[in-house]
Design a protein around this ligand. Structure first.
Ligand code: G3P
Length: 496
């Protein structure tokens, strides 16, 4: 029987999703479930790994039963996930030994400062392409081993396993048969050498993490194993894995060097394909693996923004400016501009290109005439300015101007924001028909491995533009706005 579908699992920071795609890359069914966020102390963010799994399992069941299919109809499963989030489990009990420490969690910031003070920044950057920061998995694993009673002993006995969410889902889907990750997720651990594609023994030693805990690192498109859970009724190959931003880059078909995308989600993640060569940033961007397909590895430069769309949630929940996030565009459109107000949304510090763990949100330029509409507008502008800062750094690293930006994620539906983004960058901003690019990318990776799609060319022909935004703006006004933003950033940074 011909298998007609690919299932993508998109395990994100706030919800688990399952999406069924057909051969034309069209969505046939979607299910989504939010799960609990734990904030045990200021700056700490945790998830319950069992809830990650149960929410993912329940959306799989919902998505496939909605169109009355089972494992027999599914050619392959692609997994894409919130990256860096760290889970450690015991192979005897099959239970996590601690909650998942989420990528946003800052508990290891001071330890990272110590690594920097020891002069290790350059060495770590050369090997991993990363900036020393609490964002990445390595120091989170170390924290678990140092703080959970008995953990280090169990780890030394070879009884513990580490995984990012991809590895955890594969482990659960295969009932503990397979412990793997892919190169993209590995490249976010601060323990993986992105040049020789191996766990780095020096770094494992530095952080005191036994190699036996680490998953086997595979490509992003191959059969890793088959499902053993009852959800599908029949075994299904798991055939694609990529971190969510890398999957979005692939789903946007940014497959040529120089192609660039921004995903406007909770945070924003700008990624530029640099082809077969890792470009080591001189401007505080991350060098990361875009994907590995067959023997070919592609690299990317990444600029991560911690607070993107979540600033809109804060205006909604923290200030009560709006009752639903979609109202922001109407509110901000009631004024022609921000009236000289600048909002740097450093609510959890600033990531690229500033990497200031201790800065906090700043609003400057408030006058008697300032209204909530100006603040709303400044909040949207702040998302676009942060993206602009990263695009500047990318152009410097590449020694070439950028040509167009592909966009996806929830806030990419905001036309006001997209137009301002284009005005600031001075280039075309392109929004695709299917903005579920993260899941689509994972589906494509999975489909390629099982021959569901013949090759990348076949996929490329499916990709369609929904709307493009051309830069329209007075250049003096834009120059003044950029100067105002630079001044506001200067007032926000603590590490200058
Ligand atoms: O690096 C973190 C990123 O992968 C999280 O993405 O979409 O779950 O917020 P998201």
């Amino acid at each position: 029987m011909e298998k007609k579908f690919i299932l993508a699992l998109d395990q994100g920071t706030t919800s688990s999703r399952a999406i069924v795609f057909d051969h034309n890359g069209q969505i046939k069914s979607v299910a989504q479930k939010e799960f609990t966020q734990y904030f045990p102390q200021p700056g700490w963010v945790e998830h319950n790994p069992n809830e990650i799994w149960s929410s993912q399992a329940s959306v799989i069941a919902e998505a496939i039963s909605a169109i009355d299919i089972n494992g027999l109809d599914i050619a392959g499963i692609g997994i894409t996930n919130q990256r860096e989030t760290t889970i450690v489990w015991d192979i005897d009990t099959e239970e996590p030994i601690y909650n998942a420490i989420v990528w946003q969690d800052r508990r290891t910031a001071e330890y990272c400062d110590k690594l920097k003070a020891q002069g290790l920044t350059d060495k770590i950057h050369e090997k991993t392409g990363l900036i020393v920061d609490a964002y990445f998995s390595g120091t989170k694993i170390k924290w678990i081993l140092d703080n959970v009673p008995g953990a280090r002993k169990r780890a030394e006995m070879g009884k513990l396993r580490f995984g990012n969410v991809d590895a955890w889902l594969v482990w659960r889907l295969t009932r503990g048969e397979v412990h793997v990750t892919d190169v993209t997720n590995a490249s976010r651990t601060m323990l993986f050498n992105i040049h020789d594609l191996k766990w780095d023994e020096d770094l494992l030693k530095l952080l005191d993490i036994p190699l036996s805990m680490m998953p086997e690192v595979k490509s992003s498109s191959e059969i890793y194993g088959h499902t053993k859970t009852t959800i599908f009724a029949h075994e299904v190959p798991i055939s694609g894995i990529a971190g969510d931003q890398q999957a979005a880059l692939f789903g946007q078909m940014c497959i040529e060097p120089g192609a660039i995308k921004n995903t406007y989600g909770t945070g924003c993640f700008v990624m530029l394909n640099t082809g077969r060569k890792p470009v080591m940033s001189k401007n505080n961007l991350l060098t990361t693996i875009a994907w590995k397909i067959g023997d070919r590895v592609d690299y990317a430069l990444e600029g991560s923004i911690y607070v993107g769309g979540s600033v809109v949630q804060w205006l909604r929940d923290g200030l009560g400016f709006i009752t639903s996030s979609s109202e922001i565009e109407d509110l901000a459109s009631t004024v022609p501009d921000s009236g000289g107000v600048y909002f740097v949304p450093a609510l959890t510090g600033l990531a690229a290109p500033y990497w200031d763990q201790y800065s906090r949100g700043t609003i400057v330029g408030i006058t008697r005439g300032t209204t909530r509409a100006h603040i709303a507008r400044a909040a949207l502008d702040g998302i676009a300015f942060q993206t602009y800062d990263i695009a500047q750094a990318m152009a410097k690293d590449m020694e070439a101007p950028l040509t167009e930006l592909k966009v996806d994620g929830g806030a990419s539906r905001n036309n006001l924001l997209m137009q301002y983004q284009s005005n600031l960058l001075g280039i075309k901003v392109v929004r695709p028909k299917i903005t579920e690019t993260t899941a689509l990318g994972a589906a494509y990776l999975a489909g390629l491995a099982v021959g569901f799609w013949k090759d990348i060319d076949e996929i490329k022909n499916q990709w369609q533009v929904e709307r493009s935004f051309e830069p329209l703006a007075d250049s003096e006004e834009i120059a003044a706005a950029k100067a105002g933003w630079a001044d506001a950033i200067g007032r926000t940074l603590t590490n200058r």
